[in-house]
Design a binder for this molecule. Structure first.
Ligand SMILES: Cc1cc2nc3c(=O)[nH]c(=O)nc-3n(C[C@H](O)[C@H](O)[C@H](O)COP(=O)(O)OP(=O)(O)OC[C@H]3O[C@@H](n4cnc5c(N)ncnc54)[C@H](O)[C@@H]3O)c2cc1C
Length: 419
């Protein structure tokens, strides 16, 4: 590891590796630091993506695909099954291989990557006499000194880290926080990355074996007894395996934990299944953070809340964030003008952020519906002509009492009134 790079990326998830790949491909010297021993492990993800979003950012390798999804089922609290036409298909990935390969692609583009490298602070440009650069304690994070330094327009000098257990520092012109849902880089820099409890989906997931299901259909279960203010998913992974998980609002998890909803469902629905893994995690189903760039700090992926707030999917949207940030970083370095980093938030908003705002408002409306309304929506969608049973048909039916929101949805997604 050298002492100085153009860019240090903290975190080798899909967003960090993609950002590193795009910046390195245009000649930036990039260091990626990953705290875990293995990139992509542990997998805390349902692993579902849409083919169209993924192929926009990377050439798809068949080794990443555990299952190809052609059908998509929404199951209402009383069991009405709606199967809207998606107008495309999806994949359930093998993220162990996928994340690994995204990191490999970043390295092939010229980035340097180290695992077992835990970043524990930012280096202030002008440290006060006697201050250490280590900001790992909560007190230092919130100290007014730290806040003052973050407001310094000259930015941060680099990061401090534990590298294979040894403390060291690395300098960089630009620091990317790609450190996931529990991101600290943004907080250290004084960026407000707080997620309201109601928007933090608390998730639990099991990977099951020996389950009897259709290998090309994803299922989504709704209802207060199954997944309050969220949904439960069954995503096939081929050879009788499936990711079965639940995400509920942080508000709902105060009454009953996500894992309990999941255990009850699995016992009821797949009593003979083997449980290969059980994981828990949070998903920030909020709008994107207001500050994606502050001085020489850039946030991408979950660290920037670039998750689709409606579905909770953050793999491809985080990768889009990573790509846009990587390109803006390369341009800023080429022109030796860090103010060009601010192109990234503008591009993000244009390509994805504005859509996520609309999804957020749709989520806020839909998640308030009681079970009777969800059943009623399913019954009404089933009355639609088959060619109208699209995902938009479902949303239009769900939001029929909120014409302003339907109009906003049509406008944001460029839909015609007949869609
Ligand atoms: C249960 C569950 C199911 C999900 N299902 C889906 C799904 O089906 N489809 C979908 O699209 N999305 C899903 N998501 C969301 C998806 O997993 C995330 O949006 C996605 O992984 C975000 O990518 P990222 O690169 O921003 O962050 P991450 O993938 O979380 O990567 C961040 C990386 O940073 C590293 N890191 C953190 N702190 C430090 C540090 N201080 N120093 C060095 N390294 C650090 C971490 O070890 C990690 O490798 C799910 C999430 C959960 C919890």
């Amino acid at each position: 590891m050298k002492e100085r790079y153009d860019v240090v990326v903290v975190g080798a998830g899909p967003a960090g590796s993609t950002c590193a790949r795009f910046a390195a491909a245009r000649g930036a010297s990039v260091l990626v630091l990953e705290k875990d021993r293995d990139v992509g492990m542990p997998v805390r993800c349902g692993e579902a993506v849409s083919n169209r979003s993924l192929e926009k950012i990377v050439d798809i390798d068949p080794r990443w695909i555990a299952a190809t999804i052609k059908r998509f089922r929404l199951i209402s609290p009383s069991g009405h099954v709606v199967e809207p036409d998606l107008g495309g298909y999806g994949y359930v990935l093998e993220r162990r291989i996928f994340d690994y390969d995204l990191a490999r692609l970043a390295v092939e583009a010229g980035a340097e990557l180290h695992t077992k490298s835990y970043v524990d602070g930012l280096l202030p440009r002008n440290p006060e006499p006697g201050t250490t650069t280590d900001m790992s304690s909560e007190e230092k994070e919130t100290s007014s000194a730290a806040k003052d330094r973050s407001d310094d327009s000259s930015g941060w000098r680099g990061v401090s880290l534990q590298w294979k257990g040894e403390p060291r520092t690395v300098e960089a012109r630009i620091i990317v926080g790609a450190d996931g849902v529990e991101s600290r880089v943004g907080k250290w820099a004084g960026i407000d990355t707080t997620t309201h409890m109601r928007d933090m989906e608390t998730c639990a997931q099991m990977t099951l074996s020996n389950v009897d299901l259709e290998e090309d259909a994803c299922e989504f279960y709704f209802g207060n007894d199954t997944a309050p203010m969220g949904y439960l998913w069954v995503f096939p992974k081929g050879r009788g395996m499936a990711n079965v998980g639940v995400g509920i609002s942080g508000m709902a998890s105060k009454q009953k934990a996500a894992i309990r909803y999941l255990q009850e469902f699995v016992e009821r629905r797949y009593p003979g299944a083997g449980v290969l893994t059980t994981v828990a995690g949070g998903v920030p189903c909020a709008t994107t953070v207001d500050t994606l760039v502050k001085g020489n700090i850039v946030l991408v992926g979950d660290a920037a809340h670039q998750v689709n707030p409606m579905s909770g999917g953050g793999i491809t949207s985080g990768m889009i964030g990573g790509k846009l940030a990587g390109e803006a970083i390369a341009r800023a370095l080429e022109k030796n003008d860090l103010s060009l980093l601010n192109e990234y938030p503008k591009q993000w908003r244009k390509e994805v952020g504005a859509k996520h705002d609309t999804y957020y408002r749709m989520k806020a409306a839909v998640y308030k519906f009681p079970d009777e309304t969800l059943d009623d929506i399913a019954v009404n969608v089933l009355k639609l002509r088959e060619d109208k049973r699209t995902i938009w048909g479902v949303f239009k039916t769900a939001l029929r009492h909120q014409p302003a929101l339907v109009w906003e949805m049509m406008k944001t997604f460029g839909l015609r009134p007949s869609a």
